[in-house]
Design a protein around this ligand. Structure first.
Ligand SMILES: [Zn+2]
Length: 302
């Protein structure tokens, strides 16, 4: 009886192998989730398959395991249409995304965020407040030393839309000099506090060589009483699209509020976006900078 079944196994080999291939994926997932280091071995599989078998069927299980592995090899080769599809997908340019952090440097949270970015191998742009950079030059230098960009967010986090261009420009240039004094250079990358800037101010800044950045996705991590880390992750993941700039805060501009929500949400956001195929770039390195003025929050140039 066993022999007949065994022959049938070969008669319906294709079907069985397909079934086993599906099981292979499930089992592999299970084994990996149980013990990441043990990996996926024949022994693991054999133990798994034979687990529910009585003693007399162990040999059959062993044979099935062997067929299964040979079958997997064959199936991989036979999956030509899907393999082609995969190749086509990977040949498409990967979507890009930029993470930005405003209102720092902060003695508590900037370091935690830098640690996460280092672990995840992501480079970002930090729009820093001049007075805080003066107060925390070591943290400012560390941002730069770890490969991120230190950019300009005014000297005192003031609303430049309420200022004359002369006053706004003086404020921005003083901040630029602070950046230069700490890291030895500055790139004229500016983000106005609250995204508020007049169109003529923006145009004049452009004439002086500044690039002005807003954002496309607001993580709302500043509203700590309203949004949990989970909600922040959810908002960012569902709002993000190719070439988007995401707004986070590594500090409270008044220096009073916690930014732990940002610290908790950030690793998950990076992992999920990466799993979706996104490549992380600095805001100034995104190719489609025109998109910056089309913010989803209607925070257009005022
Ligand atoms: Zn700000």
């Amino acid at each position: 009886m066993t022999r007949v079944n065994f022959i049938n196994c070969f008669t319906y080999r294709g079907k069985i192998l397909k079934l086993l291939l599906n099981y292979r994926l499930r089992i592999r997932k299970l084994i990996l989730s149980q013990d990441r280091d043990s990996g996926f071995t024949t022994r693991n599989l054999y133990v798994f398959i034979t687990n529910g078998f009585s003693r007399q069927f162990r040999n059959l299980a062993l044979v099935l395991t062997v067929i299964f592995f040979i079958g997997c090899e064959k199936e991989t080769i036979n999956l030509t249409p899907e393999s082609t599809l995969l190749t086509l997908n990977t040949s498409l340019p990967a979507p890009c995304i930029a993470l930005t952090f405003d209102d720092g440097p902060d003695p508590a949270y900037t370091g935690m965020i830098l640690k996460i970015l280092k672990e995840k191998n992501v480079k970002a742009t930090f729009f820093c407040v001049g007075n805080k950079m003066k107060k925390y030059p070591k943290i400012t230098k560390r941002i730069f030393d770890e490969g991120h960009t230190v950019a300009n967010h005014t000297i005192d986090h003031s609303n430049i839309a309420n200022k004359s261009f002369k006053d706004a420009f003086t404020n921005i240039m003083r901040t630029e000099k602070i950046i230069d004094s700490i890291i030895g250079s500055s790139q004229k990358l500016f983000r106005p506090p609250w995204g508020k800037i007049k169109k003529e101010q923006k145009d004049s800044l452009s004439k002086y060589g500044f690039k002005v950045f807003l954002w496309n996705v607001n993580s709302k991590d500043f509203a700590i009483s309203k949004y949990s880390p989970y909600m922040i992750v959810d908002m960012v993941i569902h709002g993000a699209q190719n070439n988007d700039i995401i707004l986070f805060h590594d500090s409270d501009y008044k220096g009073k509020e916690s930014r732990m929500s940002t610290v908790i949400a950030l690793p998950q956001i990076i992992d999920i976006l990466r799993a979706k195929g996104y490549v992380f770039k600095k805001a100034e390195d995104l190719t489609n900078n025109n998109k910056i003025s089309e913010t989803k929050e209607n925070l257009l140039w005022e």
